[in-house]
Design a protein around this ligand. Structure first.
Ligand code: OGA
Ligand code: MN
Length: 203
């Protein structure tokens, strides 16, 4: 197996705080992850994501999610986790992050649903330890006409729209970028992971 070259991702994060990397994993793995997510949804194993504001929850966020477990026996999940561990190591060694663990969930957005503008890291609570958000798209036949962009709000006031093409990874500093998911005309499948810092209160 050839060595994994994360330098384009590392360089982009250093320069601009985010990176977009196509073909992050082989197409066969992306297809298998997508099928895995669809099966979980059909089997009733995914649940509506919560935002803590249950009353108007659907207006904020309409995706169904399932958190991954480290001991998930599926080959595609293990391939993903292995790749993410390698990325974590590269970020720690080359950018001196102190990334300690990954939390990740599969997500399916039904047609017409969105995730309104938000930040992935809050100063308090469970999400405070999130350092880098990594969204991997699993939509093998996506077209721009379907919509479903990730809209990122950049510091200079510009916005960047990124389409959820299968195999594309978008990584960004969790505390720096407000972003949203726009509605799509087709179900939109993704695998989102967050690298977390060690909880210093526990050491
Ligand atoms: C999230 C999120 C972005 C995307 O799950 O927090 O912002 O493009 N996802 O799916
Ligand atoms: Mn987010």
């Amino acid at each position: 197996m050839h060595t994994q070259d994360f330098s384009p991702i590392i360089q982009a994060i250093t320069k601009q705080g985010y990176a977009i990397s196509d073909h992050f994993l082989p197409t066969s793995t992306i297809e298998a992850l997508k099928k895995h997510a669809e099966k979980l949804l059909q089997g009733g194993h995914m649940k509506l994501a919560g935002t803590g504001l249950q009353a108007n929850h659907n207006a904020i966020r309409g995706d169904h999610i399932m958190w991954l477990r480290d001991d998930d026996p599926s080959l595609c999940v293990q391939t993903y986790l292995q790749k993410m561990r390698a990325l974590q190591q590269a970020l720690n060694q080359q950018l001196f992050f102190n990334l300690h663990e990954l939390e990740a969930h599969l997500a399916i957005y039904p047609i017409g649903t969105r995730y309104a503008k938000h930040l992935d890291q809050f100063s308090q609570g469970r999400n405070a330890l999130r350092q880098i958000s990594c969204v991997l798209y699993l939509n093998t036949d996506w077209q721009e006409a379907f919509g479903g962009q990730l809209r990122m709000y950049l510091p200079e006031g510009n916005q960047l729209d990124i389409f959820p093409m299968g195999g594309r990874l978008v990584a960004f500093m969790s505390s720096e970028f407000i972003h949203e998911v726009l509605p799509a005309s087709h179900p939109r499948v993704s695998l989102t992971g967050w690298f977390r810092q060690r909880d210093s209160r526990l050491i």
